[in-house]
Design a binder for this molecule. Sequence first.
Ligand code: SF4
Length: 698
Amino acid sequence: GNQLADKQVHSVCPYCGVGCQLTYHVKDNSILFVEGRNGPANHNRLCVKGRYGFDYVTHRQRLTKPLIRRSDAPKHIEMDMDYNNPLRDFREASWEEALEFATKGLKKIHKKQGPNGLAGFGSAKGSNEEAYLFQKLIRTAFNTNNVDHCTRLCHASSVAALLQMIGSGAVSNPVADVADAEVIVLIGSNPTSNHPVAATFFKNAARDGKTLIVMDPRKTDIARYADHVLQFNPDTDVAMLNAIMHAIIQLDLVDHNFIEQRTEGYTTLKKHLQDYTPERMAPICGIPAETLYEVARIYASAKGSMIFWGMGVSQHIHGTDNARCLINLALITGQIGRPGCGLHPLRGQNNVQGASDVGLIPMVYPDYQRVDNAEIRKKFEALWQTTLDPNPGLTVVEIMHAIHDGNIQGMYIMGENPAMSDPNLNHARTALASLKHLVVQDIFMTETAHYADVILPASAFPEKTGTFTNTDRRVQMGRQAIDSPGEARQDLDILLAMAKGLGLQWNYTGPRDVFNEMRQVMPSIAGITWERLEAESAVTYPCSHEGDSGESVIFQEQFPRAGGKAALIPAAFSHADELPDDDYPYILITGRQLEHWHTGAMTRRASVLNSLEPEAVAMVHPDLLEQIGLHAGESIRIRSRRGEVVTGTRSDRGLNPGQIFLPFCYYEAAANMLTNDALDPDGKIPEFKFCAIKIEQA
Ligand code: SF4
């Protein structure tokens, strides 16, 4: 209980984008337990990850000393069970030696290959200040824009569509606005597992009589609370959503005033939608025409309808088109620009919104200011006192290709785990292994660190202070509760030491200095002071001046595009890159599960979470299990054209018999061995949610 702890530290949860506030109860530099705090996103609630997933910080595999690869240790592509023992391939080194080794190797490649021989991945697990400094380091010390992070694998397509059509990539309304909505549409999202506390808001809203419409190829727990469940065929979002818009136009339920005053491109969109009749689209998407008409009527005629979406929408080669349809839908019905309506792409990682906002993206500086705009570039050159590369850099998967092509030979990876999170892992891992110089900064011997030349032991979430921006655009303060083990150092300190070794003259004394610089270059947070965050713990942006309360609902007057109007952009139905055929007859859908987080680096080392879900398991429809002569629990081998895994099974009637769902957190059955690295042309996001597979008894 409380009386045992000698201090309480208020912070935020390190896992998902909901951004629950919590309190660490600490005694003698160790966390005794975690409690929910009354933050605006969680109202004291926490899910199992936030409440019990904290003891990874003291796991025996924490890296506590810098490591340098032994000269006699080759980089094995194959991952073996011994990879958690770093001393097999690495030797311990002093910080001085490791930093010198790390920066020397990068400088050598810079000299030989030029700036574009290098690249960096930052992380959405880190703070805004860490992400800001990381992108600044890559752009000013490497002189390249080859800097990206897991937003590329998450909502890059949603953001591409939002920026293009309404001029801003963030959500229009916060989750808690469901209290003011009449209708809530959830599409391609499994919030009970992936945004569990946000799911409680949806469930409560449904209980209070709001209409909940769930659209997803996989029927998950949230469907039990829904008034309408549209279990559409995977990959047919555009067909279904265009049909719903066709019905809205046919029933004359569009908002003519809103279209007239606040949008452009309606005539073209209307013409485009003529062919997408519900009757014609019904057999494609698998939803009866009358259901499409009914959902159209409910969504369009409600006083306020909100749309929430997840990776089911974004992780396709037509993810940007999927998102365009959702945006069109909200715009033609005027369901945006007031409380209780709007568009909300549910952000995955706890700081994926913030890391993107501060410029951890190859084509934009902080606040989405384009690197290829000369005026903007000049502004950053003056501020950072350097010359900057005018060309947008490469994205995550493009960087892997560039390594294979021999163009990129050195990388600095901070907190990211592409050897698990990238699609087509054989390809990604061969790339990582073939780098001439790889610097990895992390808290564990991750699958990616396995390919490093030097590993810098970093700090876990509760070991440092910084700001984090949740899915609602709320900047929140994460506070240090405990010290790091051994010689592990705070990430910001490591970044400063790396910058020094690479010849940069930086003199930040801590996260507060970095935050103050961010405020200068980011109009969206100009009004947020460090002191205010310390006092209030959370402030929503846009916040233009001190004293501004922050806008939780945006686009009330106009859209941040030239002319102030939103653009309606038609999207045509197209198929996935790799459709099932006789050789690979089933569809693989990848994703997450409640107890584990992304690549599992933290949650699989959190004792409670790992005891709840200790083993890789694929979800399979019982009919399909029977067809291949298996009982649930027995093992299957899943093969795609790119790789294979062996995993346990669990029966899941929420899937159609032709589909299998596999979480991507298990290194021993890494789902991304199977996935397809084909990219969406606009968002450059890979098609994690659809590839062709075959299965057999293992
Ligand atoms: Fe953490 Fe998300 Fe769970 Fe909240 S809902 S406790 S932020 S994982």
